[in-house]
Ligand binder design. Structure first.
Ligand SMILES: C[S@@+](CC[C@H](N)C(=O)[O-])C[C@H]1O[C@@H](n2cnc3c(N)ncnc32)[C@H](O)[C@@H]1O
Length: 426
């Protein structure tokens, strides 16, 4: 039997499917999409056995009368039974290097690496909504919890670069040194474990600026000690990089840690220089923003102003700031409990007219929140990047993400050193 009918992955794994075949957190869709995305680079063989197994289950469920053998399933997979490439950022046709995308969020690293000619061969992210955004843009569903051995088992060998923006946690250091074992139980340990097993040529880690002084500097010292002494990587002094220096109007400082496998003999690294070009908020500003959705009520504006006046001296003003057209944004982040803390970034719109003012609900000055699209632009995501989730999730996702241009400029320097030249990232 040959199955020639096309099946969309949405049909199998999406909401419409009445009988849930799989638990949402299982890796089936991740396996199948990873298999399909790697068909041209030899990595797909790594996912093949499981991909065939899951395809067989899907087909058996769809065609209960048929006898679906492994061969039928394999044939169906090869025929291209699943449609996945109708997406804004398909895999690079002739990749220059391979990378993995850990703690992938919505794929800020992935976008930068694909721009530089990279092919993602494994991605992991456990947040359901972030996975949705990731898949809508890259056509690939990330694997889940990276702390699980069954997830790590899907990481192929032979990739060049490991990318990870891992959440920062303190280590309880037993000995003086702060070595590999002391990091056990943290997410950095997972990153270190993967480096140890897979030995990629280079690593690129990103974290909040506060990592530098976290736990009196011990957290960073331990990370560097593990990477340098336990794993044998050349790791230059980490650098604080500001997104605003790389073409986006956002004052976002993050710490970048890069490393190179010792046998490559690399012993110096230069972070990219800030670009001369400065960009103002007006360049990311959306026109024709719906008044009812993003404009704030008079009362709310007053609450923010009062709160700011009372607390700003203590450094706590809800992050409320009115940004002039020629200014730049504060760092976009979402606070605890999903509150838009430090992100009620408003903008006084010059051309606001009373006709757009809805009586009693919208403030007269035309102060509004930034839109998710403006947040996307502040992080350097192009407008073809799809935002398939509700606003609350979108703010969280872009706030958690990386500034793509700054990541790309740094990755370009890493790639040059490991012999992968590129002009795109300059
Ligand atoms: C700081 S964000 C990184 C965002 C990413 N660099 C981007 O461009 O969107 C960290 C991410 O790690 C994910 N995460 C945390 N623990 C995880 C785990 N155990 N397994 C997989 N993902 C995890 C979170 O859901 C979050 O999206």
């Amino acid at each position: 039997m040959k199955i020639k009918e096309k099946i969309s992955l949405e049909e199998v794994f999406g909401k419409e499917y009445k009988i849930r075949l799989f638990e949402p957190e299982n890796n089936q869709e991740a396996v199948i999409t990873h298999y399909l995305h790697n068909s041209k680079n030899g990595v797909s063989q790594f996912f093949k056995k499981d991909a065939v197994k899951f395809t067989k289950e899907i087909l058996q469920n769809k065609f209960p009368q048929e006898n679906i053998t492994n061969l039928v399933a394999e044939d169906a997979l090869q025929y291209g039974i699943f449609e996945t490439f109708d997406i804004p950022f398909p895999p690079v046709e002739t990749p220059k290097f391979k990378f993995i995308d850990l703690f992938a969020g919505i794929g800020g690293f992935r976008l930068a690496m694909q721009n530089l000619g990279g092919k993602c061969v494994f991605t992991s992210e456990w947040d359901k909504e972030a996975k949705r955004t990731y898949k809508a843009n890259f056509g690939e569903r990330p694997f889940g919890d990276i702390t699980k051995e069954e997830t790590k088992a899907f990481i192929p060998n032979g990739f060049d670069l490991l990318c990870a923006g891992f959440p920062c946690q303190a280590f309880s250091i037993a000995g003086k040194r702060g070595g590999f074992e002391d990091t056990r139980g943290t997410l950095f340990f997972e990153v270190a474990e993967i480096i140890k097993r897979k030995k990629p040529k280079a690593i690129f880690l990103e974290n909040v600026k506060g990592l530098r002084n976290h736990n009196g500097g011990k957290t960073l010292a331990t990370i560097l000690n593990v990477l340098r002494n336990d794993l044998g990587y050349y790791v230059p002094e980490p650098q604080i990089i500001n997104a605003k220096d790389f073409g986006v109007p956002q004052n976002r400082e993050r710490i970048y840690i890069v490393g190179f496998r010792a046998d490559l003999g690399i012993d110096s690294f230069k972070y990219p220089k800030p670009l001369k070009k400065k960009v103002a908020f007006s360049q990311v500003k959306e026109k024709n923003v719906p008044p009812t959705k993003y404009f704030l009520s008079t009362q709310y504006v007053q609450t923010l102003i009062n709160h700011k006046e009372r607390h700003e001296s203590k450094g706590n003003g809800f992050g409320f700031a009115i940004i002039p057209d020629d200014g730049i944004s504060n760092a976009i982040v979402v606070g605890g409990m999903g509150r838009e803390r430090n992100l009620v970034l408003d903008h006084r719109i010059k051309d606001f007219t009373p006709t757009t003012h809805i009586k009693g609900t919208v403030n007269r000055e035309g102060i509004r929140k930034m839109t998710p699209r403006e947040w996307a632009r502040l992080q350097g995501f192009p407008d073809k990047y799809v935002i398939p989730v509700a606003d609350a999730s979108a703010y969280k996702q872009f706030g958690n993400s990386v500034a793509v241009p700054a990541i790309q400029a740094t990755a370009n320097k890493i790639l040059e050193l490991i012999g992968i030249t590129n002009d795109n990232g300059k």
